[in-house]
Design a protein around this ligand. Structure first.
Ligand SMILES: Cc1cc2nc3c(=O)[nH]c(=O)nc-3n(C[C@H](O)[C@H](O)[C@H](O)COP(=O)(O)OP(=O)(O)OC[C@H]3O[C@@H](n4cnc5c(N)ncnc54)[C@H](O)[C@@H]3O)c2cc1C
Length: 299
């Protein structure tokens, strides 16, 4: 983990935490791929920290029952009663207020929502881990008491809770949801995105989801990977500069991987030439990406 980040005389110095103490690294160009923009924050650059963020999920697998033999209407009535009595929280057993049917049909999986504010900090992240485990315990204690679920068991739990959203960078360019949904091809586009709007909501309200119109293929501009006020620094991943709805689509794995490759290519070119990533001829960036098999805008 980075401890301090400093840019001086054209070089980045990063102190990283090792098992035996702090160690210092130097780099011509930095890429922040922490998802949480931790390096950008440590460099003192501006972050956007929304009041509301999407819930997290503690993914798990379960067994010990026959999903075809369960009375889902009775389970919904029982879960409503347990929620009203404070024994259970709606999002312990479902993304929205429809009882544990999906959880039981899918044998667990990505089935709960956990409120996880400030999860880009160690404190917030720790709270989310604790809340996720409390949610699982409430779910387990409730389900074990229901007919047909007497032998319900949790088989495995992900070692870490999955965080959907924390902060984004203030970028040299911010992707808006209207740009995203209209499939703008930016002059400095470095890769594609593809996913529908997919904003998970807190408090059992499910998802704010919207498919893209047929044929719409959004792009990601270089400027959204460049922290405002920075030099020789890039981000890749879900903390790119984007409004919340655009981010709900941009955050998924394929765009994150494409951003990673684009940021890597720009960092390599920048380190080789001494030119800031913002000023690199975009044709050179796309040519290098294509040389390594990337699908780039215009292909
Ligand atoms: C429950 C859940 C289900 C999802 N389902 C899907 C799906 O079906 N399909 C899909 O495409 N996407 C899905 N997503 C979204 C997607 O997985 C993530 O948004 C995406 O992986 C984010 O990529 P990233 O590179 O930005 O961050 P990450 O993949 O989180 O990578 C960041 C890395 O940096 C490390 N790190 C963080 N902070 C520090 C630090 N300070 N120092 C050192 N290392 C650090 C982390 O340990 C991690 O390895 C899901 C997300 C969740 C939470």
């Amino acid at each position: 983990m980075p401890a301090t980040v400093e840019f001086m005389d054209g070089t980045w110095t990063v102190q990283i935490c090792t098992k035996t103490g702090l160690s210092s690294c130097r780099a011509k160009v930095l890429i922040d791929a922490t998802g949480d923009a931790n390096v950008v924050g440590l460099a003192g650059l501006e972050l956007i920290d929304p009041d509301i963020v999407q819930p997290a999920t503690l993914t798990f697998g379960c067994s010990g029952y026959n999903p075809d033999a369960l009375d889902y209407d009775a389970l919904k009535t029982a879960s409503d009663k347990a929620i009203a009595g404070g024994e259970l929280v709606t999002t312990d057993v479902a993304w929205r207020d429809d009882g544990p049917r999906a959880l039981l049909r899918k044998y667990g999986d990505n089935a709960n929502h956990v409120h996880a504010p400030e999860a880009h900090t160690s404190e917030g992240r720790s709270r989310a881990e604790v809340e996720g485990r409390k949610a699982l315990l409430r779910m387990y204690r409730f389900l074990c008491k229901q007919p047909g679920l007497e032998n319900f068991q949790i088989d495995w739990v992900c070692p870490e809770i999955g965080i959907r959203e924390t902060v984004t960078i203030k970028g040299k360019k911010t992707i808006t949801v209207s740009e995203y949904e209209s499939g703008v091809v930016y002059n400095d586009a470095v890769c594609y995105a593809f996913y529908p709007i997919d904003e998970h909501l807190n408090d059992g309200k499910g998802i704010n989801g919207r498919p893209l119109k047929d044929g719409t293929l959004p792009t990601i501009p270089r400027g959204a990977l460049l922290p405002a006020g920075s030099q020789f620094m890039l981000v890749a991943g879900r903390c790119l500069a984007s409004d919340r709805e655009a981010n709900s689509a941009l955050r998924v794995e394929c765009p994150c991987m494409a951003m990673g490759q684009a940021a890597g290519a720009m960092a390599a070119l920048s380190a080789r030439t001494g030119i800031d990533p913002e000023m690199l001829p975009i044709g050179d960036v796309l040519a290098l990406l294509q040389e390594y098999g990337a699908i780039v805008p215009g292909d």
